[in-house]
Every structure is written in C-alpha cells, then in structure tokens.
Design a protein. Structure first.
Length: 584
C-alpha cells in the first residue's frame, strides 16, 4: 500500500504533502473556530430575538384578551342578566336573552351563554347550531376566573371562550361566556409574518397542547415541552423547512404563542462565512501546492544533481557538478566536488595498491602451491620406502615371532595414516585455489557410484537411497563430499548389530538439501560445530581411525558452492549429516 509519508517517498512529494497538510489544518482549524463563534453568536442573537418577539406578541394578545374579557363582563353587569341568574332562570329570561342577542351582534361573538354558580348552562344564543347544545364544554374550575379560554374545535371551526363572572355586590351569581371564532385572512398572516421578519411565522395553541393553528387551519402540535417553555427548539415545520422556535404563555388566557424563524435565514451569516472560508481554503491549498512545488524544485533539483553525481561516483565517474546556488546548497556542492576529487585520487592510489598486493598474493600462492607439492612429494617418498622395507621385513621374519610382527604392523599403520593425512592436508589447501566447474549433476548416479565403490568390502552395511534431486554443482568436488560422508557413516556404524545408512534429499526454498543418516555410535550434538574444524575429533583414534580433516574438506567444498552443512546426533542413536546447495 502506497504511503506518501514513507521515507521511501521522494522529499519533493513529502514536502508538498506536508505543506498541504499544514495549510489544510490551519484553514480547517481557523474556519471551524470562526464558524463555531459566528454560529454561537447567531444562536444567541436568535434566542434573544425570539424571546423579545414572543414577549411582545404575548403582551399584545394579553391586552386583546383583557379588552375582550372587560367587554363581556360589562354585558354581564346588566340587571336583567343578574336577575335571571339570581332567580335560577325564572325571572327576566326574555330580557336577558334579548340582551345577549344584542351583545352578540355588537361584539361579533356568534354565541353568548349564561351559567349558574355551579357551572350549569342556563341560557344560550346558539340558535344556529354553531355549538353543540348538548355538550357542556366548560368545567366549573375553568370558569372561576375571568380569562380567555383554550381553543376548541367545533364543527370544523376553531372557537375560544371569553369567560367573565357575573357579580352583584361582590357576590358571584354565575358566569357569562362569549364564544368567538378564531379566523384570520392570508393577507393578515402574511403581514404578521413580515412584521416578525426572517421568514418568521407564528402559531397559536391551547396551553395543554391539545390544539394548534396557524391562524388559517389546524396544524399538528409542534415538538415543544409545554412544561419548559424557556427552551429554544429546532424542528422541521409542516412546510418542510427547518425552523427555530420559542413559545410563551399569554397571561390572562389559556393560549400559547409560538414564534418561528427560518433556520436557513438565521444561519445564513454563518453559512455564508463557511462558504467563504471553504473557497479561501481551496485557494490557499492550491497556493500551498504551487508554493511547495516551487520550493521543492528550488531545493530538490540541486540535491538530485548531487544524488546523480554520487551514483556516478559509485560507478567511477568523478566529474564535478555545477550548481548556481550561493547558499548552503552551493557550499554542499563545492564540498562534494572536493570530496569527489579526493576520492578519485584515493581510488587511483588504492587501485595501484590492489594491483601490487594481487601480484604479491599470486606469487605467494604460486610459492605456497609449489611448497605444498614439494612437501607432499618429499614426505610421501620416504613413507613409501618405509612401507616397502616393512613389507620386506614382514616377508623375511619368522612367522611365529608375533611380537616383531605386531611392531611392524603398527609402524605400517602409522606410516599409512601419515600418508593419508598428507593427502588430506594437500587436498584441503588445494580446494581454495580450485575454480568451480559447474554442471548439472545426476546425484542418483553419483551417489550410487560412491556407494558401490566404498561398500564393496562391507557386505553387512544396508544402504537405502531414495530418489535424489538433480543439482548444478562441481561434480568432482561434490563426489569428494559424498566419499567423505559415506566413509564416515560406514566407519562409525561398523559396531552396530545391523549397520544401516539412509540417503535422501528434499527441496527447501531455493535450496536442495541432501542428508545421510546412520545408526552408529553418534555424538553429543553440543559439539557438532567442532566436527567441521581441522584436526578436531569427538572419538579417540583407538576407537575409530581418521585424520580429522575429512569433514573440514566437506565444509570447504559446500561453502565454496554457497551452501550450508550441519549435523544432528545423540550418543548411541546414530548421526545425520546435511548439506544444502543452491538451485542455479
């Protein structure tokens, strides 16, 4: 996954990313803080405005209610009305009805009613059926004070009662109720909304939340808490527009006034500022990208020249670079040119030294090889002569003289071991100077040849060879590896009741691993690394013969092939030797 801030990404790209992120962070942080401040101030201003509007309109409706109640109370002060209520509806009934009918025409109340002190309706002008004559809508508790009652839905119209007590000499005789229809024209509503401003509106409802109207029709109850009218609420109006609203009780009435302001209009200032900040942020971001590119070009171009020059220096090109900067980058370029000149001179001197050391090393290797050959030849000659003389002595001495025969055999074994040791040391020294001759090798055929050759004198040894993988290697050297490992397996398993040797191979990634396992005496795995060091033995010569160089030769050959060799074992449980060769 691409990581723009990874150290693998070029400095030019990372610098651009960093500057853009810083600019973006500053714009977002400043814009958010400013927008939040403006939004908060706008909300505070809106709340104050809503509170002021609801207070003003509530006061206006309070005055309207007080005037309406006073007018109805004045009607109730007539003697005919008082006489009717005092007599329990027996006296002055016609006079009271005429008075109520006349008041109905004068005050535009469609229905006026008289109730006794117990709240029972005694007289009504509802001859047109505007109200249900069989329903007592008002309770006694509701008529105990002079006020404008809550809204009622009657015959698909909205009515509200204006209630006033009928009193004579501070004695309550009953109540007079004027029912008035709540009706407004669209022009009046529009004018009122315009007066509120900010696409404002108002609703009227009962204080128990049972009925709400916008002045023209019934509406669903707004989501306000009638027990906590101090809280400003935001909701979606029936028109589908979000509004901010505040409600207030109208004193002297059972009405609630709800004033709404358009959320879009209220938030316009903050939204306009947010738009401005967004546009300004985009401009600043583009400016930051361009600036970052120019800055990176100013600094990165000479750095790229230095990088190219350094890469060229690694390839042997010491040409100086030219940078127009006179600042720190120019100083860096001058220092680089000086370093390149010094490195070139040092490289020339080093090449001369390497050539001289190579010539000396070649001469030393030639002398060492000649010396090794001479030593090997000079040591082998007397050893062969010694063996020959011992053989002649063995042929001439008396066969019954076992003691002399024993001594001669011991001398012969030691000279033979010395000769083998000389051959091993010479082979070990020659491996490092022998170039590899790589070719595809059929390991099955190679191993079978070694097994047949070195197990011919050991009929008791059981050898199991699994199919072996082919590999590209130096066949002659790898044959020596198999000879040494197989000889060791035979030697160290010779005391087993039934010697058994298993040879197999498997793939391990880009390597092929070969193994040879025996059921011989084994060894302590803690000392397995010592096996591959020259002249290191884990068993004495009395137990098992050997020069201590065979496994060292194996390790040198495998390492020359860029492979690995290791061993695993436990005392008495046999040993397993592994070597891996790369697949070329």
């Amino acid at each position: 996954m691409y990581n723009p801030f990874s150290l693998k990404t070029s400095i030019r790209k990372r610098l651009t990313y960093y500057i853009c992120i810083i600019v973006l962070f500053v714009v977002i942080a400043f814009g958010y803080a400013a927008y939040f401040t403006i939004e908060t101030q706008s909300a505070t201003t809106t709340q104050n405005r809503l509170s002021a509007l609801t207070a003003q309109i509530s006061s206006m409706f309070e005055q309207f209610g007080a005037i309406a109640v006073q007018r109805v109370k004045q009607t109730g002060s007539n003697t005919a009305v008082q006489s009717f209520l005092r007599s329990g509806g027996k006296d002055s009934m016609n006079q009271a009805l005429q008075l109520l009918t006349a008041a109905e025409t004068d005050t535009l109340e469609p229905v006026l009613e008289l109730y006794n002190i117990n709240g029972k309706r005694m007289l009504s002008t509802d001859s047109s059926g505007a109200l249900n004559p069989n329903a007592d809508l008002l309770t006694t508790a509701e008529m105990r004070t002079d006020h404008v009652g809550k809204l009622y839905r009657l015959n698909e119209r909205i009515y509200y009662p204006i209630i006033a007590a009928v009193v004579n000499h501070n004695i309550a005789l009953g109540y007079i109720v004027a029912w008035r229809q709540l009706i407004s024209s669209p022009q009046e509503i529009a004018s009122f909304s315009k007066l509120i401003g900010q696409n404002g509106g108002f609703n009227i409802g009962s204080d128990d939340g049972s009925l709400w109207t916008d002045g023209l029709k019934l509406i669903s109850a707004p989501p306000i808490n009638i027990k906590n009218l101090q809280k400003i609420v935001t909701y979606t109006a029936p028109s589908g527009n979000a509004v901010v609203a505040s409600a207030k009780t109208v004193p002297g009435t059972r009405w609630l006034i709800l004033i709404t302001l358009s959320k879009a209009v209220v938030s316009k200032t903050a939204n306009d500022f947010l738009l401005f900040i967004t546009i300004a942020g985009i401009i600043l971001l583009i400016t930051g990208i361009v600036s970052a590119w120019l800055i990176s070009r100013y600094f990165i171009t000479p750095l790229q020249q230095l990088t190219a020059a350094a890469q060229g220096m690694a390839k042997g090109n010491y040409a100086p670079i030219t940078v127009a900067h006179k600042d720190e980058i120019g100083m860096l370029a001058n220092a680089f040119n000086s370093m390149a000149c010094e490195v070139q001179q040092a490289h020339i001197a080093l090449e001369e030294k390497v050539k001289e050391r190579t010539r000396e090393l070649q001469l030393t290797n030639e002398d060492l090889e000649s010396f090794s050959y001479s030593v090997s030849h000079d040591l082998r000659a007397p050893l062969r002569k010694t063996n020959n003389y011992i053989q002649l002595l063995c042929n001439r001495i008396i066969k019954d003289d076992t003691e002399i025969t024993k001594y001669l055999n011991a001398i012969q074994r030691n000279t033979t071991g010395m000769e083998q040791l000389i051959d091993d040391i010479f082979n070990l020294a020659r491996i490092g100077n022998t170039p590899l001759v790589l070719q595809e090798t059929d390991m099955n055929a190679l191993v079978r040849t070694v097994v047949d050759e070195y197990s011919s004198d050991n009929d008791m040894v059981e050898v199991q060879i699994e199919p072996l993988h082919k590999v590209t290697c130096d066949t002659r050297l790898i044959r020596q590896v198999w000879i040494n490992l197989f000889s060791n397996a035979i030697k160290f398993s010779q005391h087993a009741a039934r010697p058994c040797i298993d040879i197999s191979s498997y793939k391990n990634g880009n390597y092929i691993t070969y193994s040879i396992k025996d059921n011989g005496v084994g060894f302590n795995a803690e000392y397995s690394e010592k096996l591959f060091s020259p002249f290191q033995r884990l068993h004495s010569k009395k137990e098992f013969e050997g020069t201590g160089v065979g496994l060292t030769i194996v390790k040198r050959i495998i390492e020359k092939h860029n492979g690995n060799v290791w061993a695993e074992s436990e005392p008495g449980l046999g040993a397993a030797f592994y070597f891996s060769l790369p697949q070329l």
